[in-house]
Design a protein around this ligand. Structure first.
Ligand SMILES: [Zn+2]
Length: 128
C-alpha cells in the first residue's frame, strides 16, 4: 500500500509537471464508478486494489493540478478503449496493440487516452 502511494505521488507529479510545461489548461480523467464498494474490500481483492490505486492516482493528480491552476474534468469512459480515433468504428483490442480495419493502429492505452481527450466532461461541460 505504501509502495503504491509513493508511486502514485511520483506519477501524478510527472503528469502535472508535464501539463505545466505543455501549458495544458485541462486534464481529463476517466470517471471511475463503484469506488465506495471497491475501497471497502480493497484489502481482499487484487483487482479492487488496482482500482483503488487508480482512484488514489486521480486524487493526487487533481490535488497537484489544482495547486497549478489546472482544471481536472472527469469524463465518461464508455467505449473509449474500443472506438477508433480515426474512423469512429468500434473494435476490441486483443492485446496491447489496437488495430482497426481502416488501417489505424497504435498501443491500446493510446486509443483510450485520445478518446478521453475528445470526450466532453461527465457533467456535460465540453472543453477542447
Ligand atoms: Zn478506424
Amino acid at each position: 500500500h505504501r509502495y503504491m502511494k509513493d508511486q502514485n505521488h511520483k506519477i501524478s507529479r510527472k503528469i502535472v509537471n508535464m501539463a505545466i510545461e505543455e501549458q495544458v489548461s485541462v486534464i481529463k480523467i476517466e470517471k471511475l464508478t463503484n469506488i465506495r464498494q471497491t475501497t471497502r474490500t480493497s484489502r481482499k481483492n487484487a483487482k479492487n486494489l488496482h482500482t483503488w490505486s487508480f482512484y488514489q492516482l486521480q486524487m493526487f493528480i487533481a490535488y497537484k493540478a489544482a495547486l497549478a491552476g489546472i482544471k481536472v474534468l472527469e469524463v465518461n469512459p464508455a467505449y473509449t478503449s474500443q472506438t477508433c480515433p480515426a474512423c469512429s468504428k468500434r473494435n476490441k483490442a486483443d492485446d496491447r496493440t489496437y488495430q482497426c480495419l481502416c488501417g489505424f493502429h497504435t498501443h491500446r492505452d493510446r486509443v483510450g487516452a485520445i478518446n478521453i481527450m475528445r470526450q466532453p466532461g461527465a457533467d456535460g461541460n465540453s472543453l477542447s
